[in-house]
Write a protein that binds this ligand. Structure first.
Ligand SMILES: Cc1cc2nc3c(=O)[nH]c(=O)nc-3n(C[C@H](O)[C@H](O)[C@H](O)COP(=O)(O)OP(=O)(O)OC[C@H]3O[C@@H](n4cnc5c(N)ncnc54)[C@H](O)[C@@H]3O)c2cc1C
Length: 394
């Protein structure tokens, strides 16, 4: 058995934390596991929605990444600026680090500046947790008008999240006594609400919006935020449309972290790292890529969605391969394309979405009706992961 390997994990998000902990559980302390992140805390994406509806606060929802130390995992807060797979070295703002195995789990970045006028005219980014407390204040302060929620492009993380946000915002307004005076409109460039899930589930989602009188506008691509009151959309086959709004919430274009492109992991004509659909290996020896930074094509039209549950599933497969290699044992672990999530619908209920992207007959997604049980499972989903990944052992 080979001794003392250096395993470096870039990114302490969903995929990176799952991978680091799974490795630590199976590898003895002679093997170093080091996680890098520019942030010093972890916060699960869907907690944005709980901060939005007042169930949580931003500060109260952060878990320090320094807790990794109590799990026997090193954490370095630093920004990765380049990866050199030929030399097996990564470079951060502070120094170089050598590795034997590398897992790239750097997620996505947002590019709201790609939408003319979005930033200048005060659009809120639903996916940036730092925007959420101010967004909540804005919603509570409104007495009348229209809230526009715009999906600006694909792919974006957790496809149901903008629809969940619209349902929760409706509840906030009802509680605030302003719902009757405020319209909620959701716009998306596609002809159905969830292209990745297909027409049936897309219609199920629209039915949920209808029940709360939320208007859905398919085939609307946000072109320009002309001023603080006017949006310009490009509508498929129908030219331009101008719409008034009072408060703008965007799901901005997603782009891969610059370091991946700069280091040659993203080729011309690609937007994300292409990793093997079963093993998550890149073309470089002992370098894996998992989670949102990857594009894993299922067929011509569909790729694995950007969601934590897939990053976690891929982390399992990658950790098993690294453990197998280090312990010199055969490993047949393969990513199975399966995942699930809980789509919150308000009033402490959530629908359950179940998916299998690698089914032989083609991708399958089902949405089960909202229940209090699924909502409780969503709360548990966060709790168990925080405990497994970041809370000190009792
Ligand atoms: C509102 C919302 C709701 C969501 N709901 C769900 C849900 O219900 N279920 C679900 O499965 N998923 C959900 N998601 C999606 C989920 O959060 C992401 O898909 C998941 O976090 C992806 O994991 P990852 O490890 O690929 O990337 P991330 O978790 O984004 O982690 C990437 C990490 O890399 C770090 N990083 C990036 N660049 C650098 C650099 N150059 N140097 C150092 N560090 C860097 C970042 O700081 C970050 O911590 C939701 C997301 C949002 C925004």
């Amino acid at each position: 058995m080979s001794k003392g390997k250096r395993i470096v994990i870039l990114g302490a998000g969903f995929g990176g934390l799952a991978c680091a902990n799974l490795l630590r559980e199976s590898l003895s302390s002679e093997h170093q596991i080091t996680v890098f992140d520019k942030k010093d805390y972890f916060l699960m994406g869907f907690v944005n929605l709980w901060i939005l509806n007042g169930k949580r606060t931003f500060e109260g929802s952060k878990t320090p990444l320094s807790n990794l130390k109590s799990k026997g995992i090193s954490f370095l807060q630093d920004e990765i600026i380049s990866i050199n797979p030929a030399e097996k070295v990564i470079t951060t703002v502070r120094q170089n680090h050598e590795y034997d195995y590398l897992v790239i789990a750097l997620g996505t970045e947002y590019a709201p500046e790609k939408i003319n006028g979005f930033v200048e005219n005060g659009g809120f980014n639903l996916y940036d947790v730092e925007h959420i407390p101010q967004l909540r204040k804005g919603i509570l302060a409104m007495e009348q008008g229209r809230i526009a929620i715009c999906i600006t492009s694909y792919p974006y993380k957790c496809p149901p999240a903008p629809y969940e946000a619209s349902l929760l915002i409706s509840d906030i307004l009802v509680k605030n006594g302003t719902r009757n005076n405020i319209g909620i409109d959701v716009y998306c460039p596609a002809s159905i609400s969830l292209p990745v899930a297909g027409p049936k589930v897309s219609q199920d989602v629209i039915n949920l919006l209808d029940k709360k009188h939320i208007s859905f506008h398919p085939s609307h691509k946000l072109k320009t935020v002309a001023d603080r009151n006017s949006l310009e959309f490009e509508c498929a086959g129908n030219g331009k449309e101008f719409v008034d709004y009072s408060l703008l919430i965007g799901i901005p274009p997603h782009v891969s972290p610059l370091v991946a492109k700069r280091s040659g992991f993203i080729k011309d004509g690609q937007n994300w790292i292409n990793a093997d659909r079963f093993t998550l290996r890149t073309e470089h020896e002992n370098v894996f890529a998992i989670g949102d930074i990857t594009e894993i094509k299922v067929n011509q039209a569909v790729s694995i969605p950007k969601a934590g549950i897939f990053a976690e599933g891929q982390a399992k497969v990658v950790s098993q391969q690294i453990i197998g290699q280090i312990k010199d044992k055969a490993c047949n672990s393969k990513f199975d394309g399966k995942g699930f999530c809980f789509m919150e619908t308000g009033e402490s209920k959530a629908g359950y979405i179940d998916t299998n992207f690698y089914d032989e007959e083609g991708p399958i997604t089902s949405l089960y009706p909202p229940s209090e049980e699924s909502y409780r499972k969503k709360i548990d989903f966060e709790k168990t992961r925080l405990k497994d990944w970041l809370l000190p052992l009792p």
